[in-house]
Design a protein around this ligand. Structure first.
Ligand code: PLP
Length: 238
């Protein structure tokens, strides 16, 4: 899939340039390929081009693609969408990461449902950095207490924080919202935990996120092109 390879090189060049501009070392930010709405064959082709980490927003798509691609043992699946309690089990049984933990109840379910034979599920706490009522994520003031509680759950491994800034935010606002996530991670580190991940930055704003310390950018459109399937807004999806 020459197209994917070309797009990936372009995205990687943007990541490398942003890291360099921020005075950060090469390789300090990894690329998660967001494959939501694209078929399993698209993921398989990206895998053949060397991509290993993929992000999905919808539980049913995660189930379908993990089944269709079960032969690719070293694929890494990241669940990044809003998660309802009654749909947590297939995610706990299939994902390597969940970026969208925003309340203790969902964390407790994921921990309890994580099969004991699997390594602990890597999780990020999603924080609502924009303060928009419609957005998923915990309140910034809840991030530390939630992190401390999540870190105690045996089936989970707390890895860090995730955010989705306000859509169409101007550059200074974006920087402020990404900067808030960085500050919250600092507070969690001061409290004695070791959150190594800041999951922030998408196709349009990855440079600003990397300037504020992102360690993982979640990129869909810039890698795979526009999503064909019309989607409900990013938030509020089951
Ligand atoms: C869809 C999605 C992305 C990717 O967005 P693009 O703008 O296509 O790069 C990243 N993160 C989350 C949570 C998403 O839902």
């Amino acid at each position: 899939m020459a197209d994917f390879e070309k797009s990936r090189q372009q995205v990687q060049a943007r990541i490398d340039a942003a890291l360099q501009a921020a005075g950060r070392a090469p390789g300090e930010c990894t690329l998660l390929a967001v494959s939501k709405t694209f078929p399993a064959e698209t993921v398989r082709a990206a895998y053949a081009a060397g991509q290993r980490a993929f992000g999905e927003n919808y539980v049913q798509e995660l189930v379908d693609k993990t089944e269709a691609l079960a032969d690719l043992a070293d694929l890494e699946w990241h669940f990044i969408g809003p998660l309802q309690s009654n749909k947590s089990r297939p995610v706990a049984e299939r994902a390597h990461w969940v970026h969208s933990v925003d309340r203790l109840r969902i964390a407790e379910r994921l921990s309890a449902q994580r099969p004991v034979a699997m390594p602990p599920l890597n999780v990020c706490i999603q924080v609502n950095v924009s303060g928009e009522a419609s957005k998923s994520g915990c309140d910034p003031a809840e991030a530390l207490p939630l992190a401390l509680a999540v870190a105690k759950l045996p089936g989970l491994r707390l890895r860090g924080l995730m955010c989705i800034p306000a859509a169409d935010a101007a550059e200074p606002v974006l920087r402020q919202q990404f900067g808030l996530l960085r500050q919250l991670r600092h507070e969690i580190t001061q409290a004695g935990l070791v959150p190594d991940t800041l999951s922030m930055g998408m196709s349009a704003d990855l440079a600003q996120a990397i300037a504020e310390g992102s360690t993982l950018v979640r990129v869909g459109t810039a890698l795979f092109g526009a999503r064909q399937t019309p989607l409900a807004p990013l938030e509020n999806q089951a």
